[in-house]
Design a protein around this ligand. Structure first.
Ligand SMILES: [Zn+2]
Ligand SMILES: [Zn+2]
Length: 232
């Protein structure tokens, strides 16, 4: 919280181009830093960042996202480096109950000053790091923090590493309920079940085979073809 004084809270709304509305806890005043290339400042920032989610998990709306690290004035911009952390919540992929945790990401990004890039035709502005920018006075660390969080959100969340998931047969949550399905899968049971159904089939066949014979003798009409068809 030592960097609280660095937050240009009173400048809120005075800078066009930034997200409007909410406060901007990740915006730093870097005028002094940028006037002294090579200078490094420790920063500790915290606040909510809206709309951070992937299909499987999200940083809950209003949750505190933290950045602890430093910023350094470099040629053509400011380097942001440190650790991003945020709570996440999602749905456990095994038991479908709520899952949550804390994501942590290490970041190190160069935020370029677009004006410097424009003034430097042989600059390295095409290396793909143009996505982060810094102004003469202001640095918004939020895009760096946001990207790090989204990359770090779990794609297959688990409520716990030892989650036992749902029973595929009856759907019971095995973390809470003991179902009897696992016993039915016991090989001894399945062998017995096969034996029982085999006997039933054999019994039905012998019944069917015998019945025509009884009728035959009653009617006195030997129809051997019917018996032959059923035997194989
Ligand atoms: Zn689970
Ligand atoms: Zn079950």
């Amino acid at each position: 919280m030592s960097a609280a004084g660095k937050r240009p809270a009173r400048e809120r709304g005075s800078t066009a181009g930034h997200r409007s509305g909410r406060g901007r806890p990740f915006v730093l005043n870097v005028r002094s830093l940028r006037s002294r290339p090579g200078t490094r400042e420790e920063v500790h920032l915290a606040g909510p960042i809206a709309d951070m989610s992937v299909s499987s998990a999200e940083v809950p709306e209003g949750a505190e996202v933290r950045f602890d690290g430093w910023i350094e004035s470099t040629l053509g911009g400011v380097t942001v480096a440190g650790r991003v952390s945020a709570p996440w919540s999602g749905v456990c992929r095994r038991c479908l109950e709520e899952a949550s945790g804390t994501l942590i990401a290490e970041v190190r990004e160069l935020c370029r000053d677009p004006r410097d890039a424009a003034l430097d035709p042989i600059g390295t502005g095409e290396e793909g790091d143009e996505s982060y920018v810094v102004g003469a006075d202001e640095l918004d660390v939020e895009p760096v923090v946001r990207d790090a969080c989204i990359l770090e959100l779990p794609l297959a969340p688990l409520c716990s590493e030892s989650c036992r998931g749902l029973c595929p047969t009856c759907g019971a949550n095995r973390n809470r309920d003991e179902c009897l399905c696992e016993q039915e899968v016991d090989p001894r049971w399945s062998a017995l079940a096969g034996l029982v159904s085999g006997n039933a089939e054999a019994a039905m066949k012998s019944e069917q085979a015998e019945q025509p014979r009884v009728e035959e003798s009653d009617d006195g009409r030997p129809e051997e073809e019917d018996v032959e068809v059923e035997e194989p």
